[in-house]
Design a protein around this ligand. Structure first.
Ligand code: 2M8
Length: 464
């Protein structure tokens, strides 16, 4: 794709006009696109990431339906035999020494017969936003010319079984207890990598004899404090080493791994994705039996989340399987029941109270009333460090979308207005300092642009 100049000032900020956000966001996705898929960011992330691609497809559905479908098809082409959709599909043409851990370090196809032969992937997975994106592709095609509707229906038909296998994997291999909650093996699976959600469970991991490594991520950011620390990286790499020793075998991992955590955000996204899958199953005329199964998955997920509710904090908490205890930290993940949907009025009120409280969007001194990824009242809060405090547009999207589904249009509209305003003011950064609005991490982050496209377009869809 040919690059196109943005009206950027030297500080990397956009023009400040709300009306410019849509074309500028589309430009970010065009510049980050490679063949049939899109890099999460120009240089920091040179491969295909799973949930980034789902968000990217969601945004692309509004501007280029064909690209939206190819984004997901490329990702699903690397699905494991178990149904797992890998968290990274490596780009064989990425510049050398641009991202670590690389495909060699994961060695997934050499170690596991379940890994795909034709591509190289990581051995982990990420939150399953994909069915939500597939449904969006359908929603944006519906009511358009016949050819487009037929193409979208065919795409749904081709991908329904892949989505079903992906969700079944999460409901079985990742929840042998049938708790309704997904177990993650690594903070990278949560997508909120260095969040203090994981501090206690990670502290219990003893790092053994770690093969040497060099971090390349630090060369792409202006300040290393925006990224996880070296101590965190040692633990991340040690957990990877242990997964390799288990040859990525789920039963072995469950037996021996020192990091097994029930992730409520991941689990809630799975519930919402199952709602989308249920709708997709109707479009493709799937067997009634499938619909019953998906319905049962939704109910089990919501029940599991209810069991993790902390009435004192008025938030939902992750659960450390090995420590047999809830992880009592206030982060945006705590709004999981809102994302899962189907709430009664009391629970919704509790969550809205927490969202508006000084622990989150009501905190004094915030640049904009948007929830920091970690509550500023938490000891683990850090306003510049990645998932420890900065505001993430992609997390705002999850809340905006959930509030819309919960029929809270005014609150949803406020998040949308502030998010789009932030991007108009500061550009499509990966994340933002909550008190100053300073853009942090990578510039031109694809999913930031994608959620802006979706937020700007969806009100005209009339379906959400
Ligand atoms: C971040 O995670 C990767 C590891 O997967 C990294 O820091 O190197 C997270 O923000 C994750 O949620 C995201 O999918 C990925 C690519 O944007 O970057």
């Amino acid at each position: 794709m040919k690059g196109e100049e943005l009206p950027h000032s030297s500080s990397g900020r956009t023009s400040g006009h709300l009306g410019d956000v849509n074309p500028l966001a589309a430009g970010v996705l065009r510049r980050n696109s490679i063949k049939s898929w899109t890099k999460p960011a120009p240089s920091l992330y040179p491969h295909q990431w799973s949930w980034d691609s789902a968000f990217i497809a969601l945004g692309l559905a509004h501007v280029d339906n064909h690209r939206a479908t190819s984004e997901l098809e490329t990702l699903f082409a690397s699905q494991w035999a178990t149904g797992k959709v890998p968290h990274i599909v490596f780009n064989p043409e990425a510049p050398p020494k641009s991202y670590f851990p690389d495909a060699e370090r994961w060695s997934s196809s050499a170690l596991s017969a379940d890994a795909p032969d034709q591509s190289r992937t990581s051995g982990l997975c990420q939150p399953p936003v994909h069915a939500v994106a597939v449904r969006r592709i359908w929603e944006t095609a519906r009511g358009k010319e016949e050819r487009r509707v037929d193409r979208a229906r065919a795409f749904l038909k081709d991908n329904y079984l892949r989505l079903f296998a992906w969700h079944r994997y999460l409901l079985t291999a990742r929840d042998p207890e049938e708790s309704g909650l997904v177990t993650i093996y690594h903070p990278w699976e949560s997508g909120t990598d260095n969040s203090p959600r994981w501090d206690a469970a990670l502290a219990a991991v003893e790092v053994g004899d770690l093969p040497p490594y060099t971090r390349y991520d630090l060369q792409h950011v202006t300040d290393p404090s925006h990224r996880p620390t070296d101590e965190e990286y040692d633990r991340y790499l040690w957990l990877l080493e242990l997964l390799k020793r288990a040859r990525y075998d789920e039963a072995d991992i469950y037996e021996s791994h020192p990091f097994l955590v029930k992730d409520v955000l991941f689990s809630a996204i799975l519930v919402a994705a199952n709602e989308a899958l249920l709708e997709i199953s109707r479009v493709v005329d799937a067997p009634e039996e499938d619909r019953e199964t998906i319905g049962a998955w939704i109910a089990r997920g919501r029940e599991g989340l209810e069991g993790q509710w902390d009435p004192g904090l008025k938030l939902c908490l992750d659960y450390d399987v090995l420590g047999d205890s809830p992880l009592r930290v206030r982060t945006v993940a705590g709004f999981a029941p809102l994302i899962a949907g189907g709430l009664d009025a009391g629970r919704l009120e509790d969550l809205l109270e927490t969202l508006d409280s000084p622990a989150f969007a009501g905190h004094e001194g915030l640049h904009r009333p948007l929830p920091p990824s970690t509550s500023p009242e938490e000891p683990g809060f850090h306003p510049r460090s990645y998932w420890r405090g900065p505001v993430w547009p992609v997390a705002n999207w999850l809340l905006w979308w959930s509030l819309t589904r919960a029929r809270e249009p005014h609150r949803a509209a406020q998040i949308r207005r502030e998010t789009i305003g932030q991007l108009a003011e500061c550009g499509f950064a990966e994340y933002f300092e909550p008190f100053t609005g300073e853009p942090l991490g990578s510039t031109e982050q694809s999913w930031t642009a994608a959620v802006a496209l979706d937020m700007l377009a969806v009100e005209t869809l009339g379906s959400d």
